[in-house]
Design a protein around this ligand. Structure first.
Ligand SMILES: Cc1cc2nc3c(=O)[nH]c(=O)nc-3n(C[C@H](O)[C@H](O)[C@H](O)COP(=O)(O)OP(=O)(O)OC[C@H]3O[C@@H](n4cnc5c(N)ncnc54)[C@H](O)[C@@H]3O)c2cc1C
Length: 502
């Protein structure tokens, strides 16, 4: 059994920045950061657009950022949380710069981009690979700290609770071995769960493990029904579907249907720059009418030199798939895909969950910022703000409760890989952009059937742990969807709508 002062599960922006804030506050305490796979296998690494923050009070204002966030959240965001996140944003951007992040600038002035749902240009970025550059800077800063240890390929399997229900550590599957860690402060920074869906912008790591661990530990959850679909994902035959950032539409790219029509104005006055829920549902309808599986993104009218300079990663990926594409003449196929979990483990304004000793930050947390729908580029910001807040509230004077706990039960599923794919199809078809009560009930039954196939087993198999977690989260999403009384933001149940198509 290993004892650590602080255990952080997750090496994305939330986990890494938390480790840095905690290391500064407690320079003589041990901080252990665990990552399920490689350190670059996180949603953070793939983030493109950047981070929203009001950096110039002349051309923008906190009031406007707050308003845009509340509008996107469709009445379900917590206004106090929105205010504190927006107001702390410029300080957190300064922290990133101090850790070595070089945001794009023109003549020393920060370049700010506009994205869907934002009323001003306020997204700090590093070309179209903001996440990669930020994660690299944070990793380098963590490596330079003596009291931060980073461990990859460690799959956290269960949380350990004492007799009063407080979290006292966790068990990790490291290869075929189970390792127990003890700590009075366990921080879940495990990211989202959009890999639960067949079409997704997320990497394989995003199976909602932290959500499942918290559900199994009895933590309070919130807003799990609200799964944001990103409207413009580029379907790739040879690999993972690839997100085409909203920043491209902010730069002037236009969505067109089969007839070549700029169709978004039929659905919203902001056209292609309406919020993601609106654009995703509009595309879904256009696709249904077109009997195609995609709409198109038009870059033909844009300044091609600037386009290549600003979006090199995106254009290269498209060129890998279609080597002969000419962005001046050809259109790019795009389709909506599951992207972001707006809800999560319910926390207070400091990242504390309802389970003593357990904290949650980043996409795994349900802070109340996003409500029914996340505003673009507010999630990396949320991760940083709550990482700082949680680190400032940790109480390490609490004695670490070293206790023996019984080994967690291991579940084995007859054909875990196949069941994972079946579950992902089920979630996309029945618990996706458009839902119905009947479809949700069918999904519920199918999930319970998958769960009933599990057998207790002495062997540790990573696929079994992951499927077990995915099933816990899928069931909770369906249950929360069935409990909704109104269509809000990213959630749409045809039974609750006057017009079942919008
Ligand atoms: C393609 C794409 C583009 C995006 N663009 C933007 C953007 O421009 N701006 C923005 O604000 N947001 C963007 N987002 C959303 C944003 O990237 C995420 O919400 C954010 O990065 C989440 O950070 P995180 O640290 O909470 O989780 P992640 O970065 O996902 O990190 C999760 C970590 O937890 C670890 N983990 C998970 N389960 C376990 C386990 N069982 N055991 C051990 N470790 C585990 C993983 O290995 C990983 O290290 C984008 C997302 C995607 C997918």
């Amino acid at each position: 059994m290993l004892e650590r002062d602080i255990i952080v599960v997750g090496a994305g922006v939330a986990g890494l920045s938390f480790a840095l804030y905690a290391a500064k506050r407690f320079p003589n305490r041990s901080i252990c950061v665990l990552s399920k796979g490689e350190f670059f296998d996180s949603n953070s690494y793939y983030a493109q657009g950047g981070i929203a923050a009001v950096m110039d009070q002349h051309s923008d204002s906190f009031k406007a950022h707050i308003k845009d966030t509340l509008v996107a959240g469709d009445g379900l965001s917590d206004p106090e949380i929105v205010k504190l996140v927006v107001e702390e944003a410029p300080l957190r951007m300064q922290d990133l710069m101090d850790w070595g992040v070089n945001f794009d600038r023109t003549s020393d002035i920060l370049e700010l981009a506009r994205e869907g749902g934002h009323s001003a240009k306020r997204v700090l970025h590093i070309r179209d690979h903001s996440g990669r550059s930020i994660v690299e800077a944070l990793l380098a800063a963590c490596v330079s700290k003596d009291n931060i240890q980073l461990h990859k390929n460690q799959v956290v399997q269960s949380l350990s609770l004492d007799s009063k229900g407080a979290c006292i550590g966790l068990t990790v599957a490291s290869g075929e071995e189970a390792i127990e860690y003890r700590s009075s402060n366990t921080v879940l920074a495990t990211g989202g769960a959009a890999y639960l869906y067949r079409k997704t912008s997320n990497p394989e790591a995003a199976t909602g493990d932290g959500l499942a661990l918290a559900i199994q530990a009895g933590a309070k959850m919130r807003d799990l029904a609200f799964v944001q679909f990103h409207p413009t994902v580029f379907p790739r035959k040879g690999g993972r579907d690839f997100l085409i950032s909203e920043a491209l539409r902010g730069f002037g790219a236009i969505l067109r249907n089969k007839e070549g029509e700029d169709f978004m104005y039929k659905y919203h006055p902001l056209g292609s720059l309406a919020t993601r829920d609106v654009v995703s549902r509009a595309i879904y309808q256009e696709i249904a009418q077109d009997s195609r599986d995609h709409v198109s993104l038009d870059l033909r009218h844009l300044d091609q030199r600037k386009l290549r300079a600003k979006f090199p990663t995106i254009l290269n990926i498209i060129l890998e798939e279609f080597p002969h594409i000419d962005f001046k003449k050809d259109l790019i196929p795009v389709t909506p895909a599951a992207h972001y979990f707006c809800g999560g483990i319910a926390t207070d304004a400091w990242g504390k969950t309802s389970v003593p000793g357990l904290w949650a930050i980043g996409e795994v947390a349900g802070t109340g910022l996003h409500g029914a729908n996340r505003l673009a580029s507010n999630s990396l910001l949320e991760a940083l703000v709550f990482a700082k807040r949680a680190a400032s509230k940790l109480n390490l004077s609490l004695a670490s409760t070293v206790q023996q706990s019984s080994a967690p039960e291991q579940f084995h599923y007859p054909d875990a890989s196949k069941t994972i794919e079946k579950l992902r199809h089920l979630m996309f078809e029945k618990v996706g952009i458009y839902r119905s009560k009947e479809g949700l009930r069918q999904a519920f039954e199918a999930i319970n059937t998958f769960i009933s196939e599990a057998q207790i087993s002495p062997e540790i198999q990573t696929q079994d742990i992951i499927l077990h977690n995915m099933l816990s989260v899928a069931k909770a999403v369906v249950e929360d969807s069935l409990a909704q009384k109104e269509n809000k933001g990213a959630f749409f149940l045809s039974d609750l709508a006057e017009n079942p198509h919008c």
